[in-house]
Write a protein that binds this ligand. Sequence first.
Ligand code: PLP
Length: 293
Amino acid sequence: MADLIPFDDRDGVIWFDGEMVPWRDAKLHVLSHALHYASCVFEGERAYSGRIFKLSEHTERLFDSAAQLDMEIPFTPAQIDAACNELIKRQDIVDGYVRPVAWRGSEMMGVSAQVAKTHVAIATWPWPNLFGDDRLDSGIRMKTSKWRRPAPNTAPVKAKAAGLYMICTLSRHSVEPEGYDDALMLDWRGQVAESTGANIFLVIKGVIHTPTPDCFLDGITRRTVMDLARKRGHEVIERVIMPEDLGDADEVFLTGTAAEVTPVGEIDEHNYQVGPITRQLMDDYEAAVRMGD
Ligand SMILES: Cc1ncc(COP(=O)(O)O)c(C=O)c1O
């Protein structure tokens, strides 16, 4: 970890409330509502060959997430799109990650925050494969977390909201010391939901199955990969998937902006091959992101 460059100590600029500010000066006050009460939503985008893939869908989700937290973003979606595009040019990002974030400021310091101002920042940085190249050959190792995705009436489960990642961090911390790459999260009913930062698919006897996204993000990559699979003539079924069904799968893979299409080699006692359908969708996804939307 010694060669890690902290994210607050880098060169370049960050778009902050409409201005390009020097990277190290993009700061907020310790008495910010977001820090104390998790009033924060964000996006994760990737640029490929100098273009942000599905940018307008990500921006739309940022606004939807904010609305679910009762926050109003003081910019238009077109302004946020333009800021993301301008920023990757300024930062010379050809292939990299883009992180817009919106949070409540300091006008109110209590649970209510009706008049707290919403701020927006965007940062970008180079980011290669999420789990490392060797995992693309062998598949990642996963273990089921003890933490479960909450029910829709206990949290705004469709928002990409910072607060929902608390259990994801705890899940990763519980499995990584044992050598696992990621955790599988069940939902509050005990159904298979997703990983800590990506959606999950199972290939069972040549048919692709994925959990119905009724309490977690219906990922932009998930929808893209479902389209790609159907274009190849594969049947894709959204349904309830129970942990017992994991034993029926021949192939398992994750999808997400950061994860792209990542093969899974192991979940708990089950082992999977990095099979032909996964490989085809990895290639098709790579071709799609390079072509743009
Ligand atoms: C918890 C979680 N689920 C699913 C996804 C996949 O979403 P997308 O494909 O839109 O990146 C992500 C990544 O944003 C995530 O963090």
